[in-house]
Design a protein around this ligand. Structure first.
Ligand SMILES: CC/C=C\C/C=C\C/C=C\C/C=C\C/C=C\C/C=C\CC/C=C/C(=O)SCCNC(=O)CCNC(=O)[C@H](O)C(C)(C)COP(=O)(O)OP(=O)(O)OC[C@H]1O[C@@H](n2cnc3c(N)ncnc32)[C@H](O)[C@@H]1OP(=O)(O)O
Ligand SMILES: Cc1cc2nc3c(=O)[nH]c(=O)nc-3n(C[C@H](O)[C@H](O)[C@H](O)COP(=O)(O)OP(=O)(O)OC[C@H]3O[C@@H](n4cnc5c(N)ncnc54)[C@H](O)[C@@H]3O)c2cc1C
Length: 664
């Protein structure tokens, strides 16, 4: 059987309506149709082809990215695409570039932190790309500790200007994407100083380069910080270094939604909380969660299709060998990742809803759920990006040797994805933020303050500390209430135990530092509970399509029970479940793998990825892996000549030398 036939045969086994699942995956029919149209538009345009990207040198690679970004903008204007359509188009171009920062951080920062007048002035310029913006927060010396940033913005009342200055080497802005070679402007985060007094870190709109000849504004030193991990990958981005030598900007270029500086240099607080200065990060972290499911789904799609095509061992009577997807070990590694892709999709959908809700409340001066929004975006960003980065590497291994070839698409996907564990907040630092939120919530339980939202379960802490898991058979693990209670009890018990340990310290900050590794574990448990509970919520919705809900149920329980298996130590040590119940969960997991198996290919087809977007010979929709892999090898520049360049200089003399030695 050829690879092509393998996948056709697999698709015949499907037990659910794949087109209906495509809509579930996309979020709505509208989102499906729009993303499908944009994916095809990009895939059919030769200007967006990606072949050979990994072989380009840095300069060529970067210029190629500039060309694609310009072409994308041209098509957006020609086709009068909406903002939503344009976003999808850029996504399918599939190449990190300065436009990510412009649309993803510069524009949102002005929207979130700018006053109405500032928005009216700057947004039209940004929307028409008459200016290109970056987000310059991190410095050489500080990234995580935002309050430790050193760049200063000193108000000069004589000229009604701020003087932006880099007082030390470590105050150099370092990392901002799009900054190195492209951006004309940036939101620069700096310590505000007025009348000799410091007022914390704020954002300022600063012009960096001339709009006529692109030269840096006098007093600004700017460049790229150098090559990053992997070929192609994130090297299409010009992450930059930037220093200021007393650069003057008008007073009205400080983003003043949170704090206004008057003509006299007086600081006037508005009614919005200071934390809103961090609002852009909350927004981006939320988008990163949605993107995690996309990246994970790509890797899983490649590994699943290839696992159905690949055969090793097991031939009987000269018959065909076993498809590697039929090995239980392969299933136990692959199917939880497939389930995670769906789980992250749905939690991403929910997080988007939460973000929209918070934004609307903020507009109505209701700031009550800002701490929860911060904890959820920080925690879920950390959980989903860590899991996705690990999963991409696991998918590479699931594809055996061929997974290591760039033609598999996995090395580049890994290299481009892995910094997501660091940018927008180091994943451990973010989990510590969640831990602070959880410990605060637990400490307030005695005062009668009822926790709401994702921490509502902590309001039932007494019950959860005593509850006994009610599982007697493997089938009992398919009850949503049972699974939910196990995850809630585990998280509640871990939080309470950490809070009790913290209370033994005289100084809470000392305790927090000493127990930080344990606290991070409690944060992970809490975030996993959120993902499980949002998946279960999804199952309660009316989901149309033959067999679709059944598949989602299977995936949901695979996600939950695999976590239970992986974090068994937590569940057993907190006494939420017994070893016997854990063993039943494992039995159920194996049964679920068997049920998912015939649907695996259709479940990845539901992601609706074009071959262009996947960029993988192993993950091709038609399964025609071997002929294409063979063809691909001959495209390598090393194969341009039969005898390699360097033969006469290095190989031939060596061989001759050996011959001479042999004769001696
Ligand atoms: C083959 C494939 C090829 C190509 C592929 C193509 C495409 C790529 C594919 C995949 C890529 C995937 C996704 C890409 C999508 C987007 C990303 C694009 C680009 C990335 C650009 C990156 C940008 C950046 O990194 S910008 C810099 C980000 N920096 C950080 O995140 C810094 C982290 N630090 C902090 O956030 C904080 O300072 C802190 C850690 C929270 C520390 O604060 P601390 O408590 O010490 O002190 P504070 O006084 O500051 O805070 C006290 C108080 O405030 C509350 N708080 C803190 N933060 C927030 C917040 N954000 N919102 C609300 N409240 C907040 C905190 O809880 C305290 O509250 P209490 O006082 O009540 O306790
Ligand atoms: C590809 C990429 C793109 C980026 N783009 C941008 C951008 O556009 N704009 C921008 O402003 N920035 C950008 N950044 C910077 C990024 O936001 C920071 O690198 C990130 O926030 C981490 O900060 P850091 O580098 O200071 O790490 P550090 O904080 O120095 O982390 C080093 C180690 O210390 C640990 N650590 C730090 N603090 C604590 C603590 N309190 N407790 C326990 N452990 C701790 C961390 O877990 C980590 O293991 C980008 C970074 C990358 C890699």
């Amino acid at each position: 059987m050829k690879g092509v036939d393998h996948l056709a045969h697999e698709r015949n086994k499907t037990e659910f309506d794949v087109d209906a699942m495509k809509i579930v995956w996309a979020g709505s029919r509208h989102a499906f149709e729009l993303s499908d149209r944009m994916a095809r538009l990009v895939a059919s345009d030769p200007a967006f082809q990606k072949d050979g990207r990994i072989r380009l040198g840095r300069k060529e690679l970067f210029k190629n990215t500039l060309r694609k970004a310009a072409h994308a903008w041209k098509r957006i204007l020609e086709l009068h695409l909406t903002e939503e359509e344009a976003g999808w188009l850029r996504n399918f171009v599939d190449e990190p570039s300065f436009t990510d920062l412009h649309w993803g951080m510069f524009v949102p920062a002005i929207k979130g932190q700018g006053t109405d007048e500032q928005q009216q002035k700057w947004l039209p310029l940004a929307y028409k790309m008459q200016i290109i913006g970056s987000y310059a927060q991190t410095e050489l010396g500080h990234g995580s500790n935002v309050q430790g940033l050193e760049t200063t913005a000193t108000f000069d009342p004589e000229t009604d200007e701020f003087v932006i200055h880099s007082p030390t080497l470590t105050s150099s802005k370092w990392w901002p994407g799009g900054l190195g070679k492209v951006s004309t402007h940036a939101i620069v985060y700096a310590r505000l100083i007025t009348n000799g007094q410091e007022h914390g870190v704020h954002g300022f709109i600063v012009q960096l380069r001339s709009l006529d000849d692109h030269m840096p504004i006098p007093g600004i030193t700017i460049g790229d910080i150098g090559m990053k991990f992997g070929n192609g990958a994130y090297n299409t981005m010009d992450n930059g270094v930037l220093t200021f030598d007393h650069i003057r900007i008008p007073r009205n270029q400080m983003l003043m939604r949170v704090l206004q500086v008057t003509r006299e240099g007086k600081c006037v607080k508005s009614n919005v909380p200071r934390q809103l200065i961090y609002g852009t990060m909350v927004f981006v972290r939320q988008t990163i969660v949605a993107d995690a499911s996309t990246a994970l789904a790509r890797a899983v799609c490649i590994a699943t299709r290839y696992s159905a095509v690949r055969r090793q061992f097991g031939s009987q009577d000269g018959g065909m060998e076993t498809q590697v997807i039929d090995y239980k070990t392969q299933q136990s590694r692959l199917f939880p990742l497939l389930a995670s892709a769906y789980a992250f999709r749905f939690v991403g959908e929910w997080l988007k809803w939460l973000y929209t809700d918070v934004t609307q409340r903020l507009q109505a001066n209701d700031f009550s759920i800002l701490p929860e929004a911060h904890a959820c975006t920080a925690g879920l960003k950390s959980l989903t990006t860590t899991a996705t980065a690990d999963a991409i590497e696991e998918c590479r291994k699931l594809c055996g040797g061929h997974g290591y070839l760039c033609a598999s698409g996995l090395p580049e996907l890994f290299a481009v994805y892995v910094p997501a564990c660091t940018y927008e907040g180091d994943n451990v630092v973010l989990l510590l933020q969640v831990a602070r939120f959880l410990m605060k919530t637990v400490s307030q339980l005695g005062s009668g303050k009822k926790p709401v939202g994702t921490t509502a379960y902590l309001g039932r802490v007494q019950d959860l500390l005593q509850c006994c898991c009610d599982v007697q058979t493997a089938e009992d693990w398919l009850k949503p209430s049972v699974v939910l209670e196990a995850f809630e009890a585990r998280s509640a018990r871990m939080c309470v135990a950490r809070a009790q340990n913290l209370s033994k310290f005289e100084n809470p900050e000392d305790g927090f530092a000493e127990l930080s590794a344990d606290l991070v574990e409690a944060s992970v448990a809490h975030c996993q509970l959120i993902v499980v509970s949002k998946f279960i919520d999804k199952l309660q919705q009316d989901i149309p399509g033959k067999g679709v809900n059944r598949q989602l149920q299977n995936l949901c329980y695979i996600y939950a029970l695999n976590l239970l298996h992986k974090y068994l130590g937590d569940f057993l040590s907190t006494g939420c479940i017994t070893p016997k119940q854990a063993s039943l969960a494992n039995d159920q997991l194996r049964s679920l793998y068997s049920q998912i198996r015939p649907n695996a290919i259709a479940l990845v087809d539901a992601f609706n990825y074009t071959d262009h977007y996947l960029g993988s010979v192993l993950g091709r929709y038609d399964g025609n892996v071997y002929p294409k892999l063979y063809e691909e090898a001959w495209k390598d520049p090393l194969n341009d000549s039969v005898v390699p360049d360097g033969y006469h200089e290095y190989i031939h003399p060596m061989l001759k030398q050996q011959l001479r030695n042999a004769r001696l």
